[in-house]
Structure formats: structure tokens, C-alpha cells
Design a protein around this ligand. Structure first.
Ligand code: FES
Ligand code: MG
Length: 585
């Protein structure tokens, strides 16, 4: 840790707005008094912005409006003054075409809210998939003291005697409904199940993956991530975030003073031990880019080779976040992989990660396994099958692609099959129920134009449904390849994030139905069998797909977005070159 700092009141950035004895300072104080605030309430105190991604169309964050009151109590009791600021609410399920299109929008909004207003520090309230990286990217770029307050997972539900959660179970029941194993009244009744209360998905989907990663990076209070949204402990955690944010302002504990490459590597180790979502492979390079830290896909593969999956959570396992919380949550899990962490990495508590997790033991070895008996045990002929992530390269993905072997079928990890290529998600959906579809269990399903530019926004189309005729034959998994992402709650042998994507002319754009594709996980290769002459002929004939977005945010997105291996940030937002403070006239 850098030498301790104790800022003086005059050094706080809010004082530029509030303390000056000129007409501008007068106007700022006047306008706060206009809201009924007494001068003494806000003068002479750190001002904390509560960036809240609450909205009525964001069910995972439905409780955050009320929860902000707890944050405010903490800020006030620590001698600060809080202002709640609404920010783009990215409820994963409702926002179309995909929240990924708007992650950078939220990151820009968070950064510019922090920059343009009289704020000394921030509490970032989010949790649904893209909100966590979006808020953290903004805070890293603005670089003022900021603490992340995770929304917390929803409670477990039970159905017909089994514990059921969001996402993963919906997909299972949908497959049963598709083949007639569930009738329509039961299917409708299931709408009221699985998502029992406000909070983020209670499986180890993208939400809990990302909140856990930022906790391991030191951005949250220890253990904050797994506290159920509806637990009284969640309000107490929110209160503590408010209190700590004020202290961080006096300590000038901004991200650049505690976030290092080691913080990111700790986050990756947590991700692997949790068997977390492949989506983190896009968000981590984007977050690192904002801190000016280089992170490559190879870093993920290297750590995944060392750190076993020890969290028994859906979709890799069979327990839910509530069980994991009772078992000790992330501090307990991190203690079990302590040898893979840099425990000297610093955190928002002002202490090291090692100090934060000291003494946190696991109370349920079924939920958080001992690394000696990990959750996923690979068969002898496929040692890679236990890994939470593998990175492949090859003539189909020169800049890389990712797969989650622990959620895949081991025998498909070494597989050659005939490609069945779809140019769009709509085309694929129209074909997949065709009883005459030319596909068998060895077919390799390929979906293109699902990348950052092509989607646009890299939608979660990569978990292509198994064709209905094959489901009826009992086929439950096939090798699937795309430049899209897949939901963190899904499973299957899916090679995702193929880079460069097809819409910008990556090799994926050139393959055709009938080509032979080989995945060789041992060699970390994904290749298509084509001669140089075939490549050249197809490349000469290729035309980029027509883009219908001539204006608006989507146009800006397509012009600025980087490829999946680079994090899909906007080119102009990455890097940590200093941005001047706004002049106050
Ligand atoms: Fe919001 Fe899953 S839909 S966390
Ligand atoms: Mg999700």
C-alpha cells in the first residue's frame, strides 16, 4: 500500500463547487438549499454520489431504491453527505437486443456523472450482469474513491421437491416443454417459480461471476457478494458501504492506489474456482484496459489450468447462491485457493486481500469443495474437461475464442464434424425445429454475425438450441461455434467469442455448410479443413453484411467497439490517459 494519506477539507473536489465565495459557489449552495437542504447539512463534508442502477424494468435491482436509504445512513453517520444519482439500468432479461450493447454506455455515464458533478467519492449500486463491469469501468476511468455495493442474489425456490434457480432451470424446463414432457398449464405455472424475489440470478451466472470477481479484486466489502438481496444483512452491508465510502475519501483511496495486475489475476482465480461465466472473458479485458493494465486471453487459460472448480453451484454444480452464502461465500472460497492468490493485493478496506479473508472458514464442504476433491473431475482421456475456461486459437479464430469445458461434454472437446452454418439467429431459430433438418449428433452448429459489430452488441446466441429432431432422439449436447456470447447460466459444448468476428471479415465469415471443423481442446485449436486456394476464392467473393444502423447509438457502437479478445470497449474509452477536471465558471 502507498503511504497513508489524510486529505484536508480544502483538498476535496466537491469544495471547488461548494466552498468558493463567488457567484458560482453561491449558485451551487443556493440550488441545494432550493431542495430544502440546510447549508450546514452539506457544507464542510465529503460528498458521496450513490450511482444507482435501480429501475422498474430491472427486477434484479428492484430493491436498490430502498437499499440506497441504508447507504445514505452510512454516509451521513460517517460525516458525509449523500446524493443518489440514477444511472442506466441494464436488466438483463428486458433490455433488447442485448444489455451488452449498453455496457459501454453505462460505463460512460458512470464516469461522466462522477466527473461532472461535485462528488468526492461514490457507492456503485449494481449487480445484474453488465452493470458491474459498466460501473467499475466508469469508476476506474474517473479514478475517485469508489466502492461497489452488489445487489445480491435472489432467494432459492423449490419445485416438486427440488431446489430451483433462475436461468439454468428455465432452460431445462423449456427443453422438456419442447418435447412434450411438460404440458402447457405446468409451463405457465412455472412462470411464477424459480425467480422468487428481487435480486440477481442465484446461479453462478454472469451476475455472481462479475460481482465475485470485483470482490476478489478488492472493490467490495469482504463477503458482500453472496448476501441475499432480501437478507437483513444486505441492508447492513449497504450501510457499511456508505460509511466506508466517506472514510475512503479522507484516505484518498482511489482505484489507482489499490488496483494492480495482481488484483485482476486474483479476480481470474476466483472466477475459475467458481466455475463462473464465460462472459467474464469479455468484461475483464475491458476493465483492465480502463486501468491501463494489460490482460490477455492467455492469462485466463493459464490460471484455469491451475485453479480447479470448487464451488458446487449451477450450472456446473447443483447448489445455489443462498447455500454458498451460508457456506462462507467468497472469503471462504478464496481461503481454499489462497496459494493461487496474491494475498498482498490491496482493497477498498485499506487492508490487503489476505487480511480481509483471514479466519473465514468454510462451513459446508459440499458447497465449497476442498481443492483436493474438486467439483468437476475430468475423465482420464480428457484432462481439460474440468477447466472452467479454455482459450483456443486456430484458422477459424486467429485472435482466439473461449469455451467452458466444465459445462461441456468431454467427448465433444475432441471432435471433428460437418458444419451446419447459420447467417443469423433468426435463420437458425426458423430451422431448428424442422423435422427434416440435415443434422445428426456429430454435426457442428455454427452461428455467425453474432459478434460485437455483427449482433450488434454480441448477444447471448452462442448456446444454439439442439435441433428438435435430435432432442427427440435423446441428443442433449452438440459442438456449437459462434462469435456471439452465451448466458452464464447455460451449459453445453459451445465455442464462443470467435475473434475476429464474421461481420468484420473474420474467417468465420467464409466457412460453408459441409466444411469439416475440428476442435482439439488438448492443442487449444479450432480449425476448419480448407485449402489456401479455397480460402482465397471465398475471401475474394465475400462482401460485408449490410448494416441497417445509419445513425444513433448503435452506429456509434459499431464504429467504436473493439473485438471480443480486447473486451469490446470503445476504442476511445480504453486507456488511462488523464482527463482534465471540468472547469467551474
Ligand atoms: Fe439480472 Fe440474471 S437477469 S442477474
Ligand atoms: Mg445472464
Amino acid at each position: 500500500m502507498n503511504a497513508p494519506i489524510r486529505k484536508t477539507l480544502a483538498e476535496l473536489r466537491s469544495q471547488r463547487w461548494l466552498a468558493s465565495d463567488d457567484i458560482r459557489g453561491f449558485a451551487h449552495r443556493q440550488r441545494l438549499q432550493q431542495q430544502g437542504l440546510a447549508r450546514e447539512e452539506f457544507m464542510g463534508r465529503p460528498v458521496i454520489g450513490i450511482i444507482n442502477t435501480w429501475s422498474e424494468l430491472s427486477p434484479c435491482h428492484a430493491h436498490l431504491r430502498e437499499r440506497a436509504q441504508a447507504v445514505k445512513r452510512g454516509v451521513l453517520q460517517a460525516g458525509g453527505y449523500p446524493f443518489e444519482l440514477p444511472a442506466l439500468s441494464l436488466g438483463e432479461v428486458m433490455v433488447k437486443p442485448t444489455t451488452m450493447l449498453y455496457r459501454n454506455f453505462l460505463a460512460m455515464e458512470a464516469e461522466e456523472l462522477l466527473r461532472s458533478l461535485p462528488l468526492d467519492g461514490a457507492v456503485l449500486m449494481g449487480g445484474c450482469d453488465k452493470t458491474t463491469p459498466g460501473l467499475v469501468m466508469g469508476a476506474l476511468s474517473m479514478d475517485i474513491p469508489a466502492i461497489f455495493c452488489p445487489a445480491g442474489p435472489m432467494l432459492n425456490d423449490r419445485y416438486k421437491g427440488a431446489t430451483v434457480g433462475a436461468g439454468t432451470h428455465t432452460k431445462k424446463y423449456w427443453e422438456q416443454y419442447t418435447i412434450g414432457a411438460i404440458d402447457q398449464p405446468e409451463w405457465i405455472a412455472l412462470e411464477g417459480r424459480m425467480t422468487r424475489a428481487p435480486g440477481t440470478c442465484n446461479t453462478m451466472g454472469t451476475a455472481s461471476t462479475m460481482t465475485s470477481i470485483v470482490e476478489a479484486m478488492g472493490f467490495t466489502l469482504p463477503g458482500a457478494t453472496s448476501i441475499p438481496a432480501m437478507d437483513a444483512g444486505h441492508s447492513r452491508m449497504a450501510w457499511a458501504c456508505g460509511k466506508r465510502a466517506v472514510e475512503m475519501v479522507w484516505e484518498d483511496l482511489k482505484p489507482s492506489r489499490f488496483i494492480t495486475r495482481a488484483s485482476f489475476l486474483n479476480g481470474i482465480a476466483a472466477w475459475m474456482a467458481l466455475g463462473g461465466s464465460t462472459n467474464a472473458a469479455v468484461h475483464l479485458p475491458a476493465m483492465a484496459g480502463r486501468a491501463g493494465i494489460e490482460l490477455r486471453l492467455e492469462d485466463f487459460d493459464a490460471i484455469a489450468r491451475r485453479v480447479p472448480v470448487i464451488a458446487n453451484l449451477f450450472p456446473s454444480g447443483n447448489r445455489l447462491m443462498e447455500d454458498y452464502h451460508y457456506a462462507g461465500g467468497l472469503p471462504a472460497l478464496l481461503n481454499r485457493i489462497a496459494g493461487e492468490l496474491d494475498l498482498t493485493a490491496q482493497t477498498i478496506t485499506g487492508r490487503s486481500l489476505g487480511e480481509n479473508i483471514a479466519g473465514h472458514t468454510c462451513s459446508d464442504d459440499d458447497v465449497i469443495r476442498d481443492p483436493a476433491s474438486p467439483l468437476v473431475v475430468a475423465p482420464p482421456d480428457c484432462p481439460e474437461a474440468s477447466m472452467a475456461l479454455a482459450v483456443v486459437h486456430g484458422n477459424l479464430c486467429p485472435d482466439g475464442a473461449v469455451i467452458k469445458p466444465s459445462a461441456a461434454t468431454p467427448k465433444l472437446l475432441r471432435h471433428t464434424g460437418r458444419a451446419l452454418v447459420f447467417d443469423s439467429n433468426a435463420e437458425m431459430l426458423a430451422a431448428v425445429n424442422d423435422p427434416n433438418l440435415d443434422a445428426d449428433e456429430n454435426t457442428v452448429l455454427v452461428l455467425r454475425n453474432g459478434g460485437p459489430v455483427g449482433g450488434p452488441g454480441m448477444p447471448e446466441w452462442g448456446n444454439l438450441p439442439i435441433p428438435k429432431k435430435l432432442l427427440k432422439q435423446g441428443v442433449r449436447d452438440m459442438l456449437r461455434i459462434s462469435d456471439a456470447r452465451m448466458s452464464g447460466t447455460h451449459y453445453g459444448t459451445c465455442v464462443l467469442h470467435v475473434a475476429p468476428e464474421s461481420a468484420v471479415g473474420g474467417p468465420l465469415a467464409l466457412i460453408r455448410t459441409g466444411d469439416l471443423i475440428t476442435l482439439d481442446i488438448g492443442a487449444r485449436r479450432l480449425d476448419v479443413q480448407l485449402t489456401e486456394a479455397e480460402w482465397a476464392e471465398r475471401r475474394a467473393a465475400w462482401k460485408p453484411p449490410q448494416q441497417p444502423y445509419a445513425r444513433g447509438f448503435t452506429r456509434l457502437y459499431q464504429q467504436q467497439v473493439t473485438q471480443a479478445n480486447e473486451g469490446c470497449d470503445f476504442a476511445l474509452l480504453s486507456g488511462n490517459a488523464p482527463t482534465p477536471e471540468p472547469p467551474i465558471y
